[in-house]
Design a protein around this ligand. Structure first.
Ligand SMILES: NC(=O)c1ccc[n+]([C@@H]2O[C@H](COP(=O)([O-])OP(=O)(O)OC[C@H]3O[C@@H](n4cnc5c(N)ncnc54)[C@H](OP(=O)(O)O)[C@@H]3O)[C@@H](O)[C@H]2O)c1
Length: 256
């Protein structure tokens, strides 16, 4: 088991709406690690990730805080999430960087341009989050689905109106492709595709154990270059109005 948690968000406990803000100050990091160790009832965290880049703190200084935690044994490896290559470069001036957790799936591919090659070159392991694009790529999503409570998809532009329709149409075509070429379904294709792009781990969010049954169908096969090109073509033909995962980013304290 690899125990992972994140650091670098803060919120006002007394506020009615607990809106998080970015905070990677040394004081916040030192408080959060002790809170996490106490809550998780453990002596150390295997992978400790800075959740979002905080523009109000020098990235090099954030790295120094995490390096200190590594030295005193409270964490076993250092990671960042949602960082650009520039931000990682600055971070690495203050200490080692072992892991990066960027968003990555068939519909959110920005990291292919620079982040993924940078991580490969510098031997930084990659945990791609949103493997199923928040359930879109499960093949079980439909346009009449209602999102309740604090479900992020209430505000996710991909799950609204025409854009939702466009993404569901792409899922249908990808599912047909997976069935015809591999005897698999879109959920298997989506995860296989991420791994075949050379990411270290595909993070798959499951609400119930049953949702993980599809894992068995992800290994033992690969998507070759020709099939990769066909998939790109399907995406090009169906996603005319793409939208990224940026809506997820919490504000910095500056923007509040
Ligand atoms: N670093 C960051 O900023 C960041 C941001 C987001 C997520 N993450 C990480 O990534 C993990 C996964 O995130 P995600 O929620 O975006 O993951 P995801 O894999 O894109 O989507 C997960 C959703 O897909 C649906 N699903 C999963 N398996 C399914 C199945 N077999 N059949 C049908 N539906 C299925 C479930 O939703 P329903 O059943 O409700 O439809 C589930 O909540 C999180 O736990 C978190 O650790 C990190």
């Amino acid at each position: 088991m690899v125990l992972t948690t994140k650091v670098g968000l803060d919120w006002d406990e007394d506020a009615d709406e607990k809106q998080p803000v970015r905070n990677s100050s040394p004081e916040r990091i030192m408080k959060e690690i002790d809170d996490s160790l106490r809550r998780l009832q453990t002596d150390y965290i295997d992978i400790y990730l800075v959740h979002w880049p905080d523009p109000l703190e020098a990235f090099e200084k954030t790295a120094m805080s995490l390096y200190r935690l590594l030295e005193i044994g409270k964490i076993r490896s250092i990671g960042v999430s949602n960082y650009s290559t520039d931000q990682m470069e600055q971070f690495r001036a203050g200490g080692p960087l072992h892991v990066n957790e960027p968003p990555f799936n068939l519909f959110e591919r920005k990291i292919e341009e620079d982040v993924l090659p940078y991580c490969k070159k510098n031997e930084i392991r990659t945990l791609g989050y949103g493997a199923l694009c928040r359930g879109l790529l499960s093949g079980k999503m439909s346009q009449d689905r209602e999102f309740k409570g604090d479900d992020l998809r209430k505000y996710d532009p991909k799950f609204q109106g025409k854009q939702f329709e466009q993404y569901l149409n792409a899922v249908k075509k990808l599912d047909t492709f997976a069935r015809k070429n591999y005897g698999k379904q879109v959920i298997h294709l989506a995860v296989r595709w991420i791994l075949d792009q050379g990411i270290s781990t595909a993070l798959w969010g499951a609400r119930r154990p049953k949702q993980l049954e599809a894992i068995d169908q992800v290994s033992g096969w690969h998507i070759d270059d020709d099939a990769m090109q066909e998939i790109d073509q399907i995406l090009k033909e169906t996603i005319k109005d793409p939208v990224g995962p940026e809506f997820m980013g919490p504000p910095s304290q500056e923007d509040k």
